[in-house]
Design a binder for this molecule. Structure first.
Ligand code: URA
Length: 241
């Protein structure tokens, strides 16, 4: 058993909505605890009580947090950096301690998940689960149809042939590339290999998670629905090997 906590605190922490909005939900009678309509000020035990919003059970794992960060260029995807460069952990709340899910190069921008859920992290980063990552690669030159075809079919890199990717252009010099492997500097190396070095790289989607309104440097908690879709994305497709 954990210490009972105020309902709005529990629900805000797991990303249902801000504390203010959760308070309104409680005041409007939308929240039940063990079948009883909750009132503002009620406390609950996040581990043992059944908490529902609008009749849907909230799968509350009280100790698990998920952040979505829009990583700016120049920030390193590690917990600390011996050269004193800014790191992604500077951009999320310090407690509870979370870790990045996979990594983006220092010069790559865009979406990065951070969590203390080790099991889902493992599945999200393991290539056999095949979770898609979508990138916008601003490149040198105008990619030809042949270059896109090569990206789709697989590119020979020094660590082997890449798996087939989804590739299309957005405007003249931006490639939208969707891959499900996670090799080091993979997108940069793939684009270089087809004759179009990357000048700017932005990750815009991780599996089902995207957010076009998150400003560079900003982070937010995933909503309960997002965590569920993420968990579904990695349980419904078991490892191939
Ligand atoms: N591919 C890259 O080249 N860099 C990243 O940061 C991510 C994918």
């Amino acid at each position: 058993m954990t210490e009972p906590e105020r309902l709005q605190k529990i629900l805000a922490r797991v990303g249902v909505a801000s504390r203010r909005v959760v308070e309104d939900m409680i005041a409007d009678g939308r929240v039940r605890v063990n079948g009883e309509v909750a009132e503002l000020g009620n406390r609950a035990d996040a581990e043992t009580d059944a908490i529902e919003i609008d009749g849907a059970l909230v799968g509350v794992r009280p100790d698990t947090v998920w952040y979505l960060l829009n990583k700016p260029k120049g920030v390193v995807t590690t917990a600390s950096d011996p050269h004193g460069r800014p790191v992604v952990l500077d951009l999320v709340p310090p407690e509870p301690r979370v870790f990045p899910v996979g990594r983006l190069d220092m010069d790559t921008e865009g979406l990065l998940l951070l969590t203390n859920d080790g099991e889902v992290t493992h599945r999200l980063t393991h290539p056999s689960y095949g979770v898609e990552k979508e990138y916008l690669a601003h490149v040198d030159g105008r990619p030809s149809r042949g270059a896109l075809r090569s990206l789709r079919e697989g590119v020979e890199l020094d660590d082997g042939l890449t798996a087939p990717a989804k590739a299309s252009t957005v405007g003249d010099d931006v490639i939208r590339l969707v891959i499900h492997e996670g090799r080091n500097r993979q997108v940069r190396r793939m684009c270089e290999a087809v004759g179009h070095p990357v000048v700017r790289l932005v990750r815009v989607r991780i599996g089902p998670i995207a957010d076009r309104s998150l400003e560079p440097g900003a982070c937010r908690q995933l909503t309960v629905d997002e965590v569920r879709t993420l968990e579904r994305a990695v349980v419904e497709r078991p490892p191939r090997s």
